[in-house]
Design a protein around this ligand. Structure first.
Ligand code: P71
Length: 473
């Protein structure tokens, strides 16, 4: 096999700080053992997220200089609309400051309080906006998605029987829309097949249900279809992506991922009535319908990045780099979600720290431990991210994961080697790692700002423990 090197060369560099163990101990304590609360200056390799962390190209920076900062009717908006029409195939676009801005608007537009919103696994911000609009989220992803060891090539697929069962139970008119994410972040960056999209479309058509997409990582999904699905091997990703999106009535997009920008998002759709409603709301929450909370230069950078992310050579390297890290870990016996996903390697923290019950927050504890070892910052995606149910009890997700998220075009495979070595070192002394308990917990999206402390050895945490956090001090 030939090595795949970066299909770009480096024109500008950004120095990163090296820290000592003592500095890291002080930093993680000050951060309440929450990697979201670390200062970036205390981080060596930042794998917290692939969101807004991409390196922009020389073309994107040039486009920014040409941005039109007029309050209304800026040509930068036209550039974004042209790119969306050409590559995604939607005639109408409403920019928003980032993905959750688009989720906010579409949830308000499509959900009548009391209605239901099926989706292929929850995403934190997506579900919060659905719930704030009065909707109830239902997970209709295939069972394999909840099994870290399943080798299913399209673990993001919608389970048609689960979707049908929900339709039978609540009635099609009580389903606001189905939201299909491509790829599925919380399942481990797992793709949805074209065949599955086609089948979901048919079911939606039969029942008159709107089929929406969270298209945040659509380019990576298209790459997996090219690699894994019959009939797509020789096709350019631009074609595959356009075919994928042809099945949807519209999308929410966080441009911070597969549009290769540091900020930005949008709604895109076919229906003019939805556009009209989006424009009515966007002026209240974001800004004029031609800029949606962004600067003109942001729209231009997004228009260029949207095209660059659909380049086959870029994607071969992108997915190849994530796989490189994942294979190094897997070969050393570290339990990871398989197959390796598109934007991140997900460590199965429940298996890694199998001496800790889920209520002792194994993924949160592991993320803190990896930071302590090497200054590599990762993200918890388990019980802390899942939050509490309507009765105030912890939700217990089947997946208890630590995400090693690879920013786009930022790190080299030497950085991946440092990461792999650190995780393997921690794995070798995993039995020494203790669990964490909450000391502060906010009412929503708790993973961002919660604070923790190490549990004393041998303590029994769990559901019945008093939750000091709920005092919201
Ligand atoms: C990620 C993020 C950013 C994030 C969000 C919440 C908690 C921690 C980090 C954002 C997504 C996403 C999907 C599938 C919508 C959004 C929101 N992901 N859908 O993975 O992954 O987009 O951040 O632009 O508002 O680190 P936004």
């Amino acid at each position: 096999m030939r090595a795949i090197a970066e299909p770009y060369r480096i024109k500008m560099v950004e120095p990163i700080a090296m820290t000592t163990r003592e500095q890291r101990e002080a930093a993680i304590r000050a951060a309440g053992y929450n990697t979201f609360l670390l200062r970036s200056d205390d981080v060596y390799i930042d794998l917290l997220t692939d969101s807004g962390t991409s390196a922009m190209s020389d073309r994107q920076w040039s486009a920014m200089m040409l941005g039109d900062e007029a309050y209304a009717g800026a040509r930068s908006f036209d550039h974004l609309v042209e790119a969306v029409r050409e590559h995604y195939g939607f005639p109408y676009v409403c920019p928003t400051h980032q993905g959750r801005g688009a989720e906010h608007l579409i949830s308000k537009i499509l959900i009548t309080p009391g209605q239901h919103v099926p989706g292929n696994m929850y995403f934190t911000t997506t579900r919060v906006h659905q719930e704030l609009a009065g909707g109830t989220f239902h997970d209709v992803i295939i069972d394999e998605a909840h099994d870290p060891a399943s080798q299913h090539p399209f673990k993001g697929n919608v389970d048609l029987a689960k979707f049908q069962a929900l339709i039978d139970e609540v009635g099609a008119d009580q389903i606001a829309y189905i939201n299909v994410a491509v790829t599925v972040n919380m399942a481990g960056g797992q793709p949805v097949s074209m065949a599955n999209l086609r089948a979901v479309r048919e079911l939606c058509d039969r029942h008159g249900i709107i089929m929406w997409s969270d298209a945040t990582r659509l380019a990576e999904n298209a790459w997996f279809i090219k690699e894994r699905e019959d009939g797509y091997a020789g096709r350019p990703v631009t074609e595959i992506a356009k075919e994928m999106l042809s099945h949807f009535d519209g999308i929410t997009m966080s441009g911070k991922k597969d549009c290769l920008v540091n900020i930005g998002g949008f709604l895109a759709m076919r229906d003019e009535h939805i556009l009209t409603k989006a424009r009515e709301l966007v002026v209240v929450y974001e800004g004029m319908p031609t800029y949606g909370g962004l600067a003109g230069r942001d729209l231009d950078a997004m228009a260029v990045g949207l095209r660059e992310a659909l380049d086959d050579d870029y994607l071969a390297h992108r997915i190849g780099q994530v796989r490189y890290l994942g294979e190094r870990l897997r070969d050393a016996g570290v339990p990871i979600v398989q197959p390796i996903g598109g934007h991140a390697v997900f460590i199965d923290a429940a298996a890694f720290l199998d001496h800790l019950p889920q209520d002792e927050l194994p993924a949160q504890a592991l993320a803190a431990e990896i930071y302590l070892d090497s200054g590599v910052r990762t993200m918890e995606r388990g019980i802390v991210s899942a939050g509490r149910d309507a009765d105030g009890r912890h939700r217990h997700p089947k997946l208890e994961l630590v995400r090693l998220t690879i920013p786009r075009r930022v790190y080299t495979n030497s950085h991946m080697d440092v990461v792999a070595e650190s995780v393997i070192r921690v794995f070798e002394r995993r039995k020494e790692i203790r669990g964490l308990g909450f000391v502060y917990e906010p009412p929503t999206l708790r993973f961002f700002t919660s604070r923790f402390e190490p549990l004393p050895t041998g303590s029994a945490a769990g559901e019945d423990r008093p939750e000091p956090a709920l005092a919201h001090a």
